[in-house]
Every structure is written in C-alpha cells, then in structure tokens.
Design a protein around this ligand. Sequence first.
Ligand code: GLU
Length: 475
Amino acid sequence: MSRQKKRTPSFFESVERNFNKAAAKTSIPKGLIDQIRVCNAVYQMRFPVRVGNKFEVIEAYRVQHSHHRLPTKGGIRYSDKVTQSEVMALATLMTYKCAIVDVPFGGAKGGVKINPYKYDEQTLQNITRRYTTELIRKNFIGPGIDVPAPDYGTGPREMAWILDTYQTFKPEDIDRAACVTGKPVAQNGIRGRGEATGRGVFYGLREVMSHKDDMSKLGLSVGTEGKTMVIQGLGNVGSHTGLISIKEGGFKVIAVSEYEGAIYSSKGIHMEKLLKYRKEKGTIIGFPGTKKLPTREVALELECDVLVPAALENQITISNAKRIKAKIIAEAANGPVSADAEEILLKKGVLIIPDMYINAGGVTVSYFEWLKNLSHMRFGRMEKRFDANQYTGLINLVAKMTGKTVTNKERNWLARGADEVDLVRSGLEETMATAYQQIRETYKRKRSVQDLRTAAFVSAINKISADYISFGIFP
Ligand code: GLU
C-alpha cells in the first residue's frame, strides 16, 4: 500500500466520478455520454477595478456546461477560493439539477475570485457591473442565453446591479428583467425566492422521510416531527432550512456550526433568536442555553437524524467520513461530500440525499421568477379575486344548505385567493415531491443503482439524452 496520504479528489473530480458511475448504468452510447459530460463553454476573464487609489486585476469565470436547453442557468459565486475547476463542477451540477426538477434550462455557473467582505459596497458594485459588462460583451448573458442568480457570497443586491447594467446596454430588450433571477422583489424579483433553497430542502426531507420502508432501514420512524438536525452554515440556505424545518416540520436543531465555531443544545436551538443574536454579536458562540463545542468540525460528527451541510464543497471527506454518525445527510450545499467519502458513508448505511435534488429549490423558484418576468405580470394577479369570490359563494351555499354557520376566521381562511407567495410555495412543494418520486422510482427499479445520487444522475442523464436524440444529432 502506498505510504502517501490519499488526496481528497477535487470537487470537479468528485462530480466526474459520480457522473461516470451513473453513466455506466445507462444504455446511452459513449459519444452521447461524452457530449453530456463536457462543459460546452468556459469563459475566463481578467479585468481591472479601481480600489482606493490603486488598480486590482480581478479573475472571474462564467461556465456554461450544457446547451441542450437554453437559456443556461446558475448562480454567481464571490469567494477567494474560486477556481476554474470549481466553477466547472458547479456548472455541471446545475445541468443535472435543472433536469431533475424539470426546469427547462442548461447548467451554468459564474465565479469571481474575491473575498467580498474585503471591499466596500461601492467597489463591490464596480466589480459586479464590470463583470456583467464582460458577460454582455461576449454574449454570455440574456433572458434567452444565460441567466445568472445568487450563490455563495452574492444576493439580491448584486442581482439588482446586474439587471441595471444589462438594461443600460440593452434597453430595447423588452424581456430584460429576465436576464438575472434572485432580484429584490421591488426590482422584478419574486416573493419566496429568498427562502426557496431552504424551503426546498425541507420539502425534500419531508418527502424522503415519508417512506416507511426507507426510514425503518435507518431505524427511524416515518415523518419529521421531533427528529434531530445538525446544520453547518448559517447563510441563506442553512438559516432558512433551520427556520422552516423547525416551524413546519417539528425538527429539533441540536447543533449549528459556523465560521466562528459550533454550538450544541440537546433541548434544541431557537433558530430565530440565534440569527438575531448573531446579527447583534457577530457570533453564535455564547448563545444562551447552548454550549460551545471544542471545534466547528465536531458538529458534523454528532449523533443526529439529519445532518445538513449548507456551506461549501468537500466538507465531508475520507478524513472525517468514518466518524459521521448522522443517519441522513441532506446536501444543502453543492458537493459537500467527496466521492471517496461517499463510498465509506454508503457502506455505513447513511442515506445521502444528493445536492442536485435537495438544493434545487433555488433554481426552481428562479424559473418561476424568469416566467414572471417574461409574462410581465405577478402570479395570482388575474385570478386571486375571482377565486376568492367563487369560494365565498360556495361557502354561503354550503352554509345555507346545511344550516350551519361558518365563523369569520374559517371564512377568511377558506375564501382566500392565492397570493404570489402561496403559488410559489405550492409550485415548489409539487416540484420537490414529484422529483423525489422519480429518483426513488429509479432507485427501486434498477437493481444496479445502490444510492440516491446515482439514481438522480441516471434519471437526469436519460432526460438530457432524450433531448439530444430528438435534435437528430445522435442516432
Ligand atoms: N446558486 C443556486 C444553485 O446552486 C441557484 C441557481 C439559480 O437560481 O439559477 O442552485
């Protein structure tokens, strides 16, 4: 045996390895598999930005993994760890993510190699506007071409800057608002996009945990009520996953790990209060009723029903996989489990719910936002009042026929027409439930498929290959 310590595969290598494992379980010819695997376009750019009285050269990327459906879609990451290979891995995952949830886009991702916390708001705006200009120059952005969104280190503010830059150059494009998603609601965004990835994680977990035979294999009862959860990362995804899982699923979050350290409470952590505490104090450490764990890494190794890594890639590798005691891992981040760690975890019987399914809520609601922008109208605007009037008529009729009275509270609840946010949540819930049923079906039907990630890949690869075949490019 080699004495050298085994190197953790890079994120991109893990994605390729997982893809190859699944591709071998399909009957798709090699040429087509090769076409599906590769990144179709990689744009690497360097541009100068003035910072104070100096200039800095910024390194940035936009990768379009697959053009089988257009536009391509995926977030933009601001982090000093950005590399071309990382952005390629993330763009690749976007293709399969979109296929799994039947969002009709190819995958893409952008990355700007900066630490966003190092710059003031004006400089960040300059960087974002310049990056957008570079994308416009090379025709790498547009409602029908490539549509960015938030990712690690970016949010609605950056998306508003992107839209404003785009419309400065393309005022004649009547669909310009659809050139980017994840915008502030007041700037052509959609209600429910901010919480979407976290809400999708919860809907996904609820679906997965509703299957009695799968849960009893893990020694768990059906349902989410009272189940313990550990969360790594309190960014947009981790915080909403925690808030919604507690409020709507009855989960108990027993530990949280963040940059500054990790905290634990067997009684459960009050997420809303914790987020407020962190905002005020700048740390989660010292939050009343919790104890500080020796390191932030040990949180991942705690005994729990569901572990939610919601930070970055390669958090669970061969160096800690053996010590993981969670029964279920819900990959809220992209690529948190390396391919070799997964082998160890699967042998231990851990159920890994893959990123490309469980964190697809963000892109799903991005799709709704894009549709809203193309229709130039808010969802629910036409039918809300009509529905409410019809329901009121129905309630009155039932009350009259039965002689029963309906309280005002009941009436208000029953006779409500759907708002935009109700429709977004309902569309998301439906998407997450249907997508899981498809993955599970592949998992149960194909004996050679032993895990959910491979099942998700097989299902996605089959959908994409059907597109290529229908184009007549491949026989
Ligand atoms: N960055 C998110 C993801 O990784 C969202 C992408 C989007 O909405 O286009 O899925």
